[in-house]
Design a protein around this ligand. Structure first.
Ligand code: PHE
Length: 339
């Protein structure tokens, strides 16, 4: 085939490839020209019969044909394949992707992470205990009298075998002290259960974070200092902490602690009900009876313990007015609280 004829053949081939409307038609064009018994191999075969002066030119054109046709077929195949998917499934592959967004941490998880993080900096590590507790760990070992009202079936979920759903994270204190020697410095976040009637501030299932520090000569001053450090890192550098005498069977002396209102700075507002203070939870020096119960000598070691309600802190920090919102799992509510 003369060089000029090879050029014409290329034009015809490209035109056919452009017109092929289906992948099958395109494949037929490929076979017809580039296949083992196609036109191009035939042209190649024929090169040797050309006069030597025309051979190089004809060879170049034959190569051009092969390259141009291969490239065009590949490109058209892609286009047709996309069109087929779009036609059959209604899925437009050329459309930009739809963004589903990331999930977010639940406000309760966020508070637990923030609080434990602050205590990590003070040398605390996380400890854990079971949700299903023994009466011994939840009450007896914590020096709770046998007739204490919190043991009542109206307040505690009792299981048939005599165990219970823990009403507080304080039993983790006992479990940790039973299994380790001082110095102990742990923080224990976890679920607690009480037979409370659910309302805007009560939930039958809630979370606490327990803290325990036992060593030689741990003092009430350290407890106050550490809780104040904690408060400032959690709520802001100007927050003050107030300690009030209280009673818990497992601490002596016992206290309750409040943060100055982070909204009004203590002047009194709607959030703190005009008092300037927000109640957080209880704390105190570990009762020597409890230390003796776990086999420690209260003459050589002392300790402090504190608790806090996670939901309560979340509500204060994020301005949430109804505890139930934390459990509704309404994404519109939950996604307001950052990463
Ligand atoms: N466990 C107590 C409660 O649930 C809080 C507390 C913890 C008090 C540790 C003193 C020490 O109210």
């Amino acid at each position: 085939m003369k060089p000029r004829d090879i050029q014409l053949l290329q034009e015809a081939a490209l035109a056919e490839a452009r017109q092929a409307a289906t992948i099958e038609a395109l494949e037929a064009v490929r076979v017809r020209y580039l296949g083992r018994r196609g036109l191009l191999p035939e042209v190649m075969q024929g090169l040797k019969d050309l006069p030597p002066t025309e051979r190089p030119e004809a060879g170049r054109y034959a190569n051009d044909l092969k390259e141009a046709l291969t490239a065009l077929i590949q490109e058209r195949k892609q286009v047709l394949a996309n069109r087929t998917v779009a036609g059959q499934t209604g899925f437009d592959v050329s459309r930009p992707g739809a963004w589903r967004g990331y999930g977010r941490r639940h406000p309760i998880s966020r508070i637990i992470e923030e609080v434990t993080d602050i205590f990590f900096r003070m040398g605390f590590t996380v400890a854990d205990g079971p949700d299903i507790e023994t009466e011994y760990h939840n009450f007896d070992a914590l020096n709770t009298p046998a007739d204490h009202p919190s043991r009542d079936i109206q307040d505690t979920f009792w299981l048939e075998d005599g165990s219970l759903l823990r009403t507080q994270t304080s039993p983790v204190q006992i479990r940790v002290m039973e299994s380790r020697r001082p110095p102990i410095r742990i923080i224990a976040p976890g679920r607690c259960y009480r037979r409370d009637t659910v309302d805007a501030t009560h939930s039958a299932n809630f979370h606490q974070i327990e803290g325990l520090y036992v060593d030689r000569a741990v003092s009430l001053a350290q407890l106050k200092g550490d809780l104040t450090y904690f408060a400032r890192h959690l709520m802001g550098p100007d927050v003050r902490v107030r300690f009030r005498p209280h009673y818990f069977p497992f601490t002596e002396p016992s206290l309750e602690y409040d943060f100055s209102c982070h909204v009004c700075g203590g002047k009194g507002c709607r959030v703190c009900k005009q008092s300037g203070w927000i109640e957080i939870s209880g704390a105190g020096m570990v009762n020597p009876k409890v230390l003796r119960q776990v086999g420690y000598d209260p003459e050589t070691v002392t300790g402090y313990a504190f608790g806090m309600g996670v939901e309560r802190i979340a509500m204060i920090k994020f301005g949430i007015e109804d505890i139930r919102l934390l459990y509704d799992n309404d994404i519109r509510f939950l996604e307001q609280f950052g990463a």
